[in-house]
Write a protein that binds this ligand. Structure first.
Ligand code: HEC
Ligand code: HEC
Ligand code: HEC
Ligand code: HEC
Ligand code: HEC
Length: 177
């Protein structure tokens, strides 16, 4: 411990601060940045490649502005492009032979799923001017999608609290059946 006393206090303090920052960074990386790890999917789905090629979110999630669910595109929609685009890639071969030809739906695993007793409608939120990224993060940059925020009640309310009609939006019965 003798050597500790020889190190100036400011330097020791700086050391503690650095260690604390590193620890916070590590914790943030595991808990914050990836609120949940990406679930394994039956087929790779790299949003980054398709959004990067200019395909719009609403082309595939076509009911996000008209109904409660955003919707997941059918295998027919994939085949519409992939019978031609990147048709020689292994993942696309699987897509075509395992799902498209036998007319089997792709059993995607849900990433964001609220409990059954909660009501949520995409159209209301998206048409109020809240963009996809506000709730889902930058999906367009993801190679496999994961949940960026824990979608618990506090999270819903933290945004509802900032709306003009706050009283109505805090009412239990608007979100719970
Ligand atoms: C509007 C056209 C379009 C639709 C619809 C589409 N994709 Fe794509 N997809 C692309 C483009 C463009 C790329 C990038 C191709 C490249 O980089 O060579 C791509 C890349 C991919 C890749 C990566 C291929 C590789 O290994 O390089 C996979 C996997 C994929 N798409 C799966 C799907 C699935 C599954 C669906 C249906 C849910 C789908 N795509 C719908 C256009 C489309
Ligand atoms: C070419 C079609 C296509 C395009 C374009 C596309 N998506 Fe997707 N998206 C899918 C498919 C297929 C899935 C299901 C597979 C998965 O979760 O990776 C999905 C899953 C998602 C999910 C997770 C759904 C869940 O289970 O909770 C979100 C969120 C999402 N997309 C948002 C977006 C946003 C935002 C954009 C635009 C930046 C976008 N998507 C563009 C096809 C597409
Ligand atoms: C206000 C937050 C919010 C916004 C904005 C939002 N989402 Fe979602 N999204 C959610 C929640 C919450 C769920 C889970 C819903 C459930 O389980 O009922 C979800 C689920 C999904 C799903 C999977 C289930 C489904 O609805 O088909 C997809 C795909 C999706 N979102 C895409 C999008 C796209 C694309 C946009 C932008 C056009 C968008 N979301 C905007 C909160 C949001
Ligand atoms: C980023 C902000 C934001 C988040 C996060 C958010 N909301 Fe909302 N919500 C809004 C806005 C804005 C409205 C529309 C207010 C209006 O115009 O009356 C709204 C309206 C609603 C409504 C009433 C309209 C309807 O669909 O009947 C419900 C229910 C609702 N939200 C549920 C949820 C749930 C559940 C969550 C969490 C899973 C959530 N919201 C997260 C901003 C948000
Ligand atoms: C803006 C939407 C919204 C409003 C308003 C809301 N809730 Fe919730 N509530 C949720 C969501 C989303 C969950 C699911 C949380 C999760 O999955 O972690 C939830 C979960 C719950 C649960 C289960 C908690 C648990 O730990 O399992 C109870 C109980 C509950 N809410 C009661 C209420 C009461 C009482 C009110 C009114 C004072 C209310 N909620 C208002 C969105 C809302």
């Amino acid at each position: 411990m003798q050597f500790m006393r020889n190190i100036p206090f400011a330097l020791r303090l700086a050391g503690v601060v650095v260690v604390a920052l590193v620890l916070t960074g590590v914790l943030y990386f595991f808990w914050g940045a990836h609120a949940q790890a990406a679930p394994p999917q039956p087929l790779p789905f790299p949003h980054k490649l398709m959004v990067g090629a200019g395909v719009q979110c609403l082309f595939c999630h076509s009911t996000a502005t008209t109904g409660p669910a955003a919707g997941i595109p059918s295998v027919e929609k994939c085949a519409g492009c992939h019978q031609v685009i990147a048709a020689n890639k292994p993942a696309i071969q699987t897509l075509l032979t395992k799902y498209w030809q036998p007319k089997q739906p792709i059993p995607w695993v849900r990433v964001n799923q609220l409990p059954r007793y909660v009501r949520f409608a995409h159209n209301v939120h998206v048409n109020s001017g809240i963009n996809c990224e506000r709730c889902h993060g930058n999906v367009g940059q993801m190679n496999e999608d994961y949940q960026v925020v824990r979608m618990n009640m506090g999270w819903c309310l933290s945004c509802h609290d900032q709306q003009p009609n706050i009283r109505q939006l805090q009412d239990c019965s608007i979100c719970h059946y």
